[in-house]
Design a protein around this ligand. Structure first.
Ligand code: NAP
Length: 497
């Protein structure tokens, strides 16, 4: 039988859960050939599921169905979850109540380590840094998902025209939420506090600006179609010359559909709805001049550089022309990068250094038993299905290391030929399988570390409160969850004892 394996996973998002789920199912508990195995997952957020809870737009509840699989994974007795624990150096935007665990405590207590830390830092635009009239999209997403970092609510009751920079799915998620009636959003996982701000919104128009053309837009057709079909908003028609593909170009299926949708225009005729939206192609932000402050109604001036596509590189290049877009608030939605404070972060890649699922040294050597998956390994791209496929491949790599003779090892991912295993072993070869780092033992005793059982209690209560209000769930914040869980732990302890 292979030697015991004690895997620490840093991060509790979808990539972390898909790796854990795959590994545990490939090494069944009852199979005598499976090594003794423990999988311990650490997340700095108190609730599990990362982007599924704090990123997916509330009006896409079907995307959250994967949590059923994650719940099933958590029932495996070899699995444990520790929430509200930050491993390693303090992140840029630390959450005050988080318990800090040095990476050395993980290295001393585990034989294997997976980084599934995602990409948590929004990309900013050098020409328009954050200010009173320019915020990153993440602030809005974290506000409407009630993320523990608690960004302030946007002053939607003071603005009429919001401009998103970037034409990815995050931009479209935000535009859709702002252009959908709160009476529709009320049925979903949107807290009453968020609905209250949305119901006082005076936003009438959302502009979505992209530096390249419709064929290069990063959004997917499903999300574009949802915009086109918004019941209470209409799209400003797009100059037809922009929607004619250059001759001799073979379009992909996605590009063809995008053009068809944009040519057809929105379900509602322009001018027939209280709200509207527009796509601005071949425009890149050059500067933002805030209002002088003389009048509350005055708008900021966003200067846009006109661009065209360099056919050789497909990059946007400035034409030298500019125009001005008056707007109340600019929201930059330019993608994300991994936290530069994370060990093994590569500034050139903007994510962790890894190859085929293995963390590599700066010399390109695979570090023994240290892995990376999901956005931490490959950058912020792809939908949930691609995260799952990546996680399964990383699970296969881990399996090929821990049980090379296992029949389940079908698609092993050995280090590329130019790499060898780094000689220094950073982890503990023979850890006590059931011991926890002392900081975690204390954190559990103090009630500050949330385990999966705690989460399921909160989860059930959030759903119960939601049902009472006729919606999917009503979320709890940290303080409320902490109080609620303390009572529930007391009740559970009384039942046992
Ligand atoms: P994204 O898809 O990478 O889009 C980023 C946008 O920002 C692109 O339009 C990009 O333009 C633009 N951009 C980047 N740097 C720029 C710069 N310096 N100046 C001007 N424009 C710039 O990022 P995202 O929207 O944050 O989404 C991240 C990932 O999550 C994507 O894979 C997305 O599909 C996924 N996601 C999926 C869903 C869903 O399935 N419903 C929802 C949300 C997010 P260029 O193309 O020219 O670089």
């Amino acid at each position: 039988m292979p030697p015991p394996v004690k895997l620490a996973i840093i991060g509790g998002g979808p990539s972390a859960f898909y790796v854990a789920s795959r590994l545990l199912s490939l090494l069944p508990l009852k199979d005598p050939m499976s090594p003794p195995l423990r999988v311990h997952m650490y997340d700095r957020l108190w609730a599990p599921h990362g982007l599924v809870r704090y990123g997916v737009a509330p009006d896409h509840p079907e995307v959250k169905n994967c949590t059923n699989k994650f719940d099933a994974t958590a029932t495996d007795p070899r699995f444990r979850f520790f929430g509200n624990v930050n491993v390693g150096s303090t992140p840029l935007h630390s959450i005050p109540h988080v318990l800090h665990l040095p990476l050395t405590s993980i290295l001393n207590n585990y034989s294997h380590l997976l980084f599934a830390t995602g990409c948590t830092i929004p990309t900013l635009h050098p020409a328009i840094p954050p200010s009173v009239c320019c915020i990153p999209a993440l602030s809005l997403v974290h506000w409407y998902t009630q993320h523990p970092s608690q960004p302030p609510p946007p002053a939607l009751d003071k603005i009429s025209h919001l401009t998103l920079i970037g034409q990815g799915n995050v931009s479209l998620d935000i535009a859709r939420i702002l252009l959908t009636s709160p009476s529709v959003l009320r049925q979903y996982d949107v807290s009453e506090r968020v609905l209250d701000v949305l119901s006082r919104s005076t936003v009438k128009h959302v502009s979505i600006v992209g530096r390249r053309g419709p064929l290069e837009a990063a959004f997917t057709t499903k999300e574009l179609r949802e915009m086109i079909n918004l019941p209470e908003a209409s799209m400003t028609p797009i100059d037809p010359t922009l929607l004619t593909p250059p001759s001799g170009v073979t379009l992909t299926r996605q590009q063809r559909r995008t053009l068809e949708l944009l040519q057809k225009g929105s379900k509602n005729l322009p001018g027939s709805t209280p709200k509207s939206w527009s796509l601005h192609f071949y425009r890149s932000p050059a500067s933002l001049t805030p209002p002088s402050g003389a009048s509350a109604l005055e708008l900021a001036n966003l200067t846009l550089a006109h661009t065209l596509l360099d056919p050789a590189t497909s990059r946007a290049v400035p034409t030298g022309e500019t125009s001005t877009l008056p707007t109340s608030l600019v929201v930059t939605s330019l993608g994300f990068q991994a936290d530069p404070e994370t060990t093994f972060f590569d500034p050139a890649l903007r994510h962790l250094r890894s190859s085929a699922g293995r963390i590599t040294s700066s010399e390109g050597l695979a570090l023994k038993n240290i892995y990376a998956s999901g956005w931490a390994a490959s950058g912020a791209k792809g939908v949930l299905a691609s995260t799952m496929m990546n996680a399964y491949a990383v699970a296969s790599t881990i399996l090929s290391d821990i049980a090379p003779t296992s029949e389940a090892v079908t698609t092993t991912a050995p280090p590329p030929p130019e790499m060898g295993m780094a000689p220094d072993e950073l982890l503990n070869r023979h850890p006590d399988l059931d011991a926890l780092p002392s900081e975690i033992v204390h954190g559990i005793k103090d009630g500050m570390v949330f385990q999966y059982d705690d989460w399921k209690v909160i989860d059930a209560e959030e759903v119960r409160r939601g049902e009472a209000l006729g919606k999917e769930r009503e979320r709890m914040g940290w303080d409320e969850a902490l109080q609620f869980i303390a009572l529930s732990r007391d009740a559970r302890a009384a039942l046992i004892g």
